[in-house]
Design a protein around this ligand. Sequence first.
Ligand SMILES: NC(=O)c1ccc[n+]([C@@H]2O[C@H](COP(=O)([O-])OP(=O)(O)OC[C@H]3O[C@@H](n4cnc5c(N)ncnc54)[C@H](OP(=O)(O)O)[C@@H]3O)[C@@H](O)[C@H]2O)c1
Length: 277
Amino acid sequence: MLGDLSVTRFGYGAMQLAGPWVMGPPADHDGALAVLREVVELGITHIDTSDAYGPYITNRLIREALHPYPESLHIVTKVGATRDQQGGWPPARKPDDLRRAVHENLENLGVEVLDLVNLRLGNAEGPQPGSLAEPFETLVDLQRQGLIRHLGVSTATAQQVAEAQTIAPIVCVQNMYNLAFRQDDELIDTLAEQGIAYVPYFPLGGFSPLQSAALSAVAARLATTPMSVALAWLLQRSPNILLIPGTSSVAHLRENVAGAGLSLSDEDLADLDKIGR
Ligand SMILES: NC(=O)c1ccc[n+]([C@@H]2O[C@H](COP(=O)([O-])OP(=O)(O)OC[C@H]3O[C@@H](n4cnc5c(N)ncnc54)[C@H](OP(=O)(O)O)[C@@H]3O)[C@@H](O)[C@H]2O)c1
C-alpha cells in the first residue's frame, strides 16, 4: 500500500526513458512508448517518475502513452531537484520552486491531483543532514489545497524521515538501496513496523549495474540472471519494499517481471547477504 493506494509490488521506474544521462528525448520515441504500454499490459500499477527526467521528457512520454490512465494505475513523482545545462541535478527546494514543480507535474502528466509526491532531499553524494521543515511544509500546503494525495521523502536520512512524520503523514521513503548498498537496513525495518513503504532506487545498481561473484554464482545455481536474483532478493528482504527497476527495453522489462518472482532459499539468501554486509 502507498497510503490508501494499492499497488503491485513490482513497479516501473521511468527515468531510463529519457536520453543519455537522463537528458533530452529518447533515441527511440516509439520504443519508449512501447515500454510504457507494456508496463500496463503486464498489470503493473505503479510508475515512478519526475519532471527532472529529460527534463519534462519522461512525464510527457507517460502522458502520450497512457493518458487517459487506467483507474488502477498510480503515478508517483518527485520534486526538489532540477537540471542544469551540464546535466547536473541542483536542488530546487524553495517554496516557489516546489509550487512551480507541482503545477508542472500536474500539467505534464495531465492530471488534476498527483497521487504521491516525494520531496527529493540530499544531493549527488546522497542524503545530507538538515531540517526539511520549510520544503516539506510547502508540500503539505499543496496537499491541503487538494493538488497532492500522499507525500513521501527521498534521499532522506532517518532523522529527516522522523522530522517529516512530526509535520504530516508520509506513505513512503525512496532511497538508494540494493544488494550491495545497504545503508538503510535499520530504516527499512522501522518503516515496516509502521506500515510505510520503502522504495529502493538503483535496485539493479543504477548507472553501473550490480556485479558480484556471489550474485553470479547464485544466479548460475538457479539458472537465471543476476538482475532477477537482485530483484527477488529485494522482494524477500522486507514486505514493505516496492520495486521500481528502470529499463528502456521491453525485453528487459518482461525478464525482470518474471525474474522477480523467483523464490530464494535460505542458502541463497545467506550467500547474497554477505555481499552488502
Ligand atoms: N529518488 C531519486 O533520487 C532517484 C534516483 C535515481 C532513480 N530513481 C528512480 O528509480 C528508478 C530505478 O533506478 P534506475 O533506473 O536508475 O536504476 P536500476 O533500476 O538500478 O537499473 C537500471 C539499469 O539496469 C539496466 N537493466 C534493467 N533491466 C535489465 C536486465 N534485465 N538486464 C540487463 N540490464 C538491465 C537498464 O538498462 P536497459 O535500459 O538497457 O534495460 C538500466 O541501465 C528510476 O527509473 C527512477 O524512477 C530515483
